[in-house]
Design a protein around this ligand. Structure first.
Ligand code: FE
Length: 211
């Protein structure tokens, strides 16, 4: 059985980055600069209460409501604020739409800017040097690594997030979803599809259909 210290609840010494965080947290707490309970609350909020399910709801609504979709693509902030999706790391949002001719991908080449209110905490790979450097130079290679191959005629556009602007991808609605309601549609939408490293697959539910 593999022994993973990072996941071991009773590990005496955390691995290096965690150790540094712990040390910083201890010093800042002793100096009265932070409240550990408040920190835990913030992390819990972004890890458990806010997550890609928020973005997925927005995508499903855009797929089913043409007026909402148009408003979202034109000026996302007021539309998202109305749904309660705003705040820290999501101050100015731009939603970019995938079509049969254009596939969008999101990166932060400088660090790890990411739309927290819609997608929660960024995945580890999003923050990696490899993704950040490579997605700009060879987006199709990165897509291939994620198991995505696009038709040759489809262009790929990469959006570089900054502290000022965060992007979210509105993926294409798959075929065979005409009868699905918003909640069922939202369940199809993955985090990666809203970053642009995945497509939304058609559901495999019809009896007798090839699965
Ligand atoms: Fe950044």
């Amino acid at each position: 059985m593999p022994h993973d210290h990072a996941d071991h609840p009773h590990a005496l010494l955390p691995p290096d980055p965690a150790l540094r965080v712990k040390a910083l947290e201890t010093i800042l707490t002793r100096k009265g600069l932070i409240d550990p309970a408040a920190l835990d609350e913030i992390i819990d909020t972004y890890q458990n209460k806010i997550g890609p399910q928020n973005g997925a709801r927005v995508v499903a609504k855009a797929w089913t409501d043409p007026n909402f979709r148009q408003a979202l693509l034109q000026d996302a902030d007021p539309v998202l604020a109305e749904l309660g999706y705003y705040g820290r790391q999501g101050e100015h949002m731009v939603v970019v739409e995938n079509t049969a001719m254009l596939h969008n991908m999101v990166v932060c080449t400088l660090c790890s800017c990411y739309p927290w209110p819609l997608l929660g905490i960024p995945p580890g790979w999003y923050k990696s040097d490899a993704y950040r450097a490579r997605v700009v130079r060879e987006p199709r290679g990165v897509l291939a690594d994620f198991g995505v191959s696009l038709p040759v005629e489809s262009a790929v556009r990469v959006w570089d997030s900054t502290a000022e602007v965060r992007y979210m991808v509105l993926p294409m609605r798959p075929e065979g979803t005409e009868d699905m309601d918003e909640a069922a549609l939202a369940a199809l939408v993955s985090r990666d599809a809203m970053i642009g490293t995945a497509l939304v697959a058609a559901p495999k539910h019809s009896p007798g259909a090839d699965a």
